[in-house]
Design a protein around this ligand. Structure first.
Ligand SMILES: *Cc1c(COP(=O)(O)O)cnc(C)c1O
Ligand code: SF4
Length: 344
C-alpha cells in the first residue's frame, strides 16, 4: 500500500466528523428553511446542541421542513415543554452504572458507554441528559471497564455503545478488541453505532481489518429510522462490513412525524434487507424530557407492527419493545387477543 493512502482515508472520516453542522443558522440556511424557525431553534440548541454531518444532510430535501431525516435533528421550541412522565434518566442508566462507563442491566451482557461523542445529535435521544463526560469507558486505556469484565465470569457479551464507539480512533478500539483475547468468557462483541449510516467513510479498510482480528464474532447494531437514510454510500459501507463477517442488525425508534406509518416502516425493512441488514428492535420512545412530541401511543404502535406482520416475511418484522427501569430485558409489546397476552 502507498504510505499516504492511510493518512488520506483517516483524514476523510475525521474531517467529515469535524465538519458537521453545529449551528442552527447553518442548518436552516443550508436547507433553505424559513428564518422564522431560528429563534426557537436557538433556544432548543442551548438545551442540546445541533450536530449534523454533511453526508447525512445531503440525503434531505431542501425546503421541506417535514423531511423525515430533518425532523430527527431539527431543534424545535416544543422541546422546552415540561411534560409529566418525561424525565432526565428515563431508562435507569444512572442506577445501572457499576463502574466508569459500564452499564450492567441484563444477565450475561454489559454495555460500555465507550465515549461521550456522537457523530450526529438526534433530538429524541434518551442520552441527551446523560453525564457523558464522566461515564467514558475508553478512558485510561479502558482500565475500569476491562477490570469489571474480567472479574465477572457471568458475562458472555460486551457491547460498545456510547455516545458512539465508532467516533473513537482505530488505535483506541484496537486496545479493547485485543484485550478480549485474555477474557476467555467473552464470546461475542457487539457495537451499537450510527456512524456507518451518517459518516459511511468511517468504514475504512483499517477498521475492517481490526474487526476481522477480533477473537470473537462481531455483531453491529446500526440505528436507522427511515429508508431515506440509506443511500449508496451506506449500502457500500454495509457490504464491506458484511464481507468482513460482521453481522448487521438495525434498531429503530418509532417516532411521530418520522416513521409512524406502515408505508415508512415497510419501506425501511425492505431497504434494510436490500443493504444486508436485518431489523432487530423497533423501540418505543424513551420518555426523555424534550422529546415528548415524538411519542407514539402504544396501541397504535402495536397495530402498526401487526400491519407489518401481514405485509412482510417474519424476518423483516422488528420486535417492538419498550425499555423499563429494572426489567430484566427489553419488554416486548404484543397484541392482546380477548384480554390474553399472545407471545409473538
Ligand atoms: C439494550 C441494552 C442491552 C442489550 O439488550 P439486548 O436485548 O441484548 O439487545 C444491554 N445492556 C443495556 C444496558 C441495554 O440498555
Ligand atoms: S446516542 Fe445514538 S441516538 Fe443518541 S444522539 Fe448519539 S447517535 Fe443519536
Amino acid at each position: 500500500m502507498i504510505p499516504g493512502t492511510f493518512v488520506i482515508r483517516q483524514a476523510t472520516w475525521r474531517a467529515e466528523l469535524a465538519a458537521a453542522i453545529s449551528a442552527p443558522e447553518e442548518l436552516l440556511e443550508t436547507l433553505e428553511l424559513p428564518a422564522n424557525l431560528l429563534p426557537e431553534a436557538r433556544r432548543a440548541h442551548a438545551l442540546f446542541p445541533v450536530r449534523v454531518p454533511w453526508p447525512y444532510l445531503q440525503r434531505m430535501t431542501p425546503g421541506d421542513p417535514f423531511d423525515p431525516l430533518l425532523r430527527q435533528v431539527l431543534p424545535l421550541g416544543i422541546e422546552e415543554a415540561i411534560v409529566p412522565g418525561f424525565g432526565t434518566d428515563p431508562v435507569g442508566d444512572l442506577a445501572a452504572h457499576v463502574a466508569t462507563g459500564v452499564l450492567h442491566k441484563y444477565e450475561g451482557r454489559v454495555l460500555l458507554t465507550a465515549t461521550g461523542a456522537c457523530a450526529i445529535h438526534c433530538r429524541y435521544c434518551f442520552r441527551r441528559h446523560f453525564p457523558y463526560a464522566e461515564a467514558n469507558a475508553a478512558r485510561n486505556h479502558w482500565r475500569d471497564a476491562l477490570a469489571h469484565v474480567a472479574q465477572d465470569q457471568s458475562l458472555s457479551e460486551v457491547i460498545l455503545s456510547g455516545g458512539d464507539p465508532l467516533t473513537l480512533g482505530d488505535e483506541k478500539l484496537a486496545e479493547f478488541v485485543h484485550a478480549l483475547k485474555e477474557l476467555r468468557h467473552i464470546k461475542r462483541l457487539r457495537f451499537h453505532t450510527r456512524v456507518p449510516v451518517v459518516v459511511p467513510s468511517r468504514v475504512t479498510p483499517e477498521l475492517l481489518a481490526l474487526l476481522q482480528s477480533s477473537p470473537v464474532p462481531v455483531a453491529m447494531v446500526l440505528h436507522i429510522n427511515h429508508a431515506q437514510e440509506i443511500d449508496e454510500a451506506v449500502q457500500e459501507a454495509c457490504a464491506r462490513l458484511a464481507a468482513a463477517r460482521v453481522l448487521l442488525l438495525n434498531q429503530a425508534v418509532l417516532l411521530a412525524g418520522v416513521n409512524d406509518d406502515s408505508e415508512s416502516l415497510v419501506a425501511l425493512s425492505e431497504r434494510l434487507f436490500a443493504s444486508g441488514i436485518l431489523p432487530y428492535y423497533l423501540h418505543m420512545l424513551d420518555r426523555v424530557q424534550g422529546a415528548a412530541h415524538f411519542a407514539v401511543d402504544e396501541g397504535r404502535a402495536v397495530r402498526l407492527v401487526e400491519v407489518l406482520r401481514t405485509r412482510l416475511p417474519g424476518y423483516l418484522v422488528p420486535r417492538l419493545v419498550r425499555e423499563e427501569i429494572a426489567a430484566p430485558a427489553k419488554v416486548p409489546l404484543t397484541v392482546k387477543v380477548g384480554g390474553i397476552g399472545r407471545c409473538g
